[in-house]
Design a protein around this ligand. Structure first.
Ligand SMILES: [Zn+2]
Ligand SMILES: [Zn+2]
Length: 151
């Protein structure tokens, strides 16, 4: 049980006890917000903290948010990748596409790279690979062979 608690804590810093009165297990209210059933104190996990900060500071960069909230850049990026956080259209905050580094607002890839990735996945399917082999002759395989071995 102890290990499990540490993992959860690392993940999103879910409040386990009320910071004001110490009552256990605050009630989850949604979007990273927790409310103590005893005294009504409102607490936030990492997601709630980041979300609040961004609502108050539109246009903040990821590193500004991280410094101000103490939530790691890694966690903030994770929220963006999971589409839990969305970068406001007028904020000037961007993430980089994992392939071409083009600015994007959520997810992992820009629109054109997302299409390429989908295509690549399609091509790496066994049936598609077979078709490719049929299309290209043995000379092609020879070419790639000479690239591989340096003599
Ligand atoms: Zn309380
Ligand atoms: Zn891209």
């Amino acid at each position: 049980m102890k290990d499990e608690e540490i993992l959860t804590f690392r993940d999103t810093h879910i409040p386990r006890v009320c910071e004001r009165c110490g009552k256990r297990d605050p009630e989850y209210k949604g979007v990273g917000e927790y409310r103590c059933a005893e005294c009504g104190y409102i607490m936030y996990d990492d997601f709630g903290i980041v979300r609040n900060y961004l609502e108050a500071h539109r246009g903040a960069t990821q590193s500004q948010v991280s410094q101000a909230t103490g939530v790691s850049m890694e966690t903030i990026r994770q929220f963006l990748r999971e589409d839990r956080l969305e970068i406001a259209a007028n904020s000037g905050v961007y993430m980089a596409c994992e392939i071409c580094r083009a600015p994007i607002r959520s997810g992992k890839y820009c629109e054109s790279c997302a299409k390429k990735v989908a295509l690549m996945k399609e091509e790496s399917k066994p049936s598609a690979l077979k078709n490719q082999m049929k299309g290209f002759g043995s000379t092609h395989r020879g070419d790639s062979g000479s690239m591989r071995f340096k003599r």
